[in-house]
Write a protein that binds this ligand. Structure first.
Ligand SMILES: Cc1ncc(COP(=O)(O)O)c(C=O)c1O
Length: 452
């Protein structure tokens, strides 16, 4: 009966019956409260959150400044459809974003609701501006689950399996990641870039002529593909190729934006200029708003009225976005990211070197507070040398480590089709919370190593 008080177990049964099974879940808890890096269930079980709701609550759950801004906005104007008139928070958000753009040419914005929608908007702009059809995407990329964005997603087949045909005009090229290129994890960055450049040259000669190619889309750190930072050298090369052939470079910052990697946007580690940039997640710390930005010349190619959406750029979400930018600018976020990142790195690297656990680990990667540890896996498609090394390792190490962490009250996610665990704590996580999380994680890896 509506309104009846249920136990958590009863709610879980109800949810399992009435929420579609296509939606996976880590646990069947009912979360009722979040503060900073902590979450509580309806039965008052506490979790330390190393997921940030998949990279969304960068400033922690229920940041007081954002809650206050949202409450105030909800009391004055909740909905202002963006094709009818501006709202003040919509314009204030742009005013805040303009000075932090990775390049001054990025000065024309369009807000949407989700990352996937923004990706599709960027594709439309790129096709219209260039008058060309094809989009080059990276092996291992993730750009969303809607038809257009799923067509650009190459991290796992699950997002498109049995639901095709997808959007046409998508061509895939290898990302400079050793899995993508089928080489050993010890391959140098220089060599990975050389091989990935070569493959892209072939793509432009054999699969899509530059004159048919509208854009190249790339995440500066692959997210669902395994938390793999893109070497700056590769991004510079993409910029050169795009300039040479008048192709647009689309940088997808949905997961990497808003200090996640230590800079406002991850592309700033390279200094490369995007033609179009996509953002979402951290922009409003949990309120659903995304967007694209480009130069006026590129963005204004779209006919008046061709862009828009009922809820796009909702004033309450924009007010949350404004409050979040104010905190990003004054909150010493970059400092905390650098300090906590170094602590995380030292634990991951010590596990990779320890005689108790090193045999399980094949790679560790970290940029800011986007960290990953990749475990050996018997099914990992490595070099012949790698395959024989992987024969004797236990199966599903990541899933087992994750279960130990969950059982000890830490939420943590796996990522990619390889055996990888990713770390995305809120950027405001304290030293004590980082120590607690990494100690739970270290114990979990040691437990799995002992069990074999
Ligand atoms: C890099 C990237 N692009 C696009 C998306 C899709 O965003 P959304 O889930 O909001 O549609 C995601 C989501 O994780 C992402 O990480």
């Amino acid at each position: 009966m509506p309104g009846k008080i249920h136990t958590e177990a009863e709610w879980a049964e109800f949810g399992k019956e009435h929420v579609t099974h296509g939606l996976g879940r880590l646990r069947d808890h009912v979360m009722v409260k979040g503060r900073g890096a902590e979450l509580w269930t309806s039965e008052e079980k506490r979790f330390l959150d190393f997921t940030s709701g998949i990279g969304v609550v960068n400033l922690g759950h229920c940041h007081p400044a954002i809650t206050a801004a949202v409450t105030q906005q909800a009391d004055s104007l909740v909905h202002m459809q963006c094709s009818i008139a501006f709202s003040a928070p919509y314009l204030q958000l742009i005013e805040h974003l303009l000075p932090v753009m990775p390049h001054p040419s990025l000065d024309s914005f369009f807000f949407w609701n989700s990352g996937s929608e923004a990706v599709e908007a960027a594709v439309k702009v790129a096709r219209k501006y260039t008058g060309r059809q094809n989009i080059i995407t990276m092996q291992g990329s993730y750009h969303g689950r809607t038809y257009g964005s799923a067509a650009l997603t190459k991290s796992k087949t699950i997002y498109s399996q049995n639901t095709g045909p997808m959007m046409s005009g998508v061509i895939t090229t290898p990302f400079p990641y050793w899995h993508s290129l089928g080489v050993s994890p010890s391959t140098s960055e220089e060599e990975l870039c050389r091989m990935a450049f070569h493959q892209l040259d072939l793509v432009l000669k054999q699969q899509t002529a530059p004159s048919d190619t509208a854009a190249i889309i790339i995440e500066p750190v692959q997210g669902e593909g395994g938390y793999v930072p893109c070497p700056p050298k590769f991004l510079h090369y993409l910029r050169e190729v795009c300039d040479k052939h008048s192709i647009l470079l689309i940088i997808d910052e949905v997961q990497t934006g808003f200090y996640r990697t230590g800079k406002y946007f991850a592309i700033q580690h390279s200094g490369v200029r995007p033609d179009l940039m996509i953002f979402a997640k951290g922009i409003a710390n949990g309120f659903p708003i995304s967007g694209i930005v480009g130069s006026k010349k590129v963005m204004n190619c779209m006919p008046v009225g061709s862009m828009g959406g009922t809820y796009a750029g909702n004033p309450v979400c924009c007010a949350a976005g404004v409050a979040a930018q104010e905190v990003y600018k004054t909150g010493h976020i970059a400092e905390n990211v650098a300090e906590r990142s170094a602590e995380m790195r030292s634990v991951l690297e010590s596990l990779a070197k320890s005689s108790k656990t090193s045999h399980l680990i094949i790679d560790t990667r970290i940029l800011g507070l986007m960290g990953a540890i990749e475990f050996r896996s018997p099914s990992s498609p490595l070099t012949m040398e790698g395959i024989s090394q992987n024969q004797n390792v236990p199966k599903d190490i990541g899933k087992r480590v994750q279960k130990c962490c969950l059982d000890k009250g830490m939420l943590i996610l796996t990522t990619s089709c390889f055996d990888t665990i990713r770390f995305i704590p809120p950027l405001i996580i304290s030293e004590k919370e980082m120590e607690e999380g990494m100690s739970i994680f270290r114990d979990a890896v040691e437990t799995v190593a002992k069990e074999g």
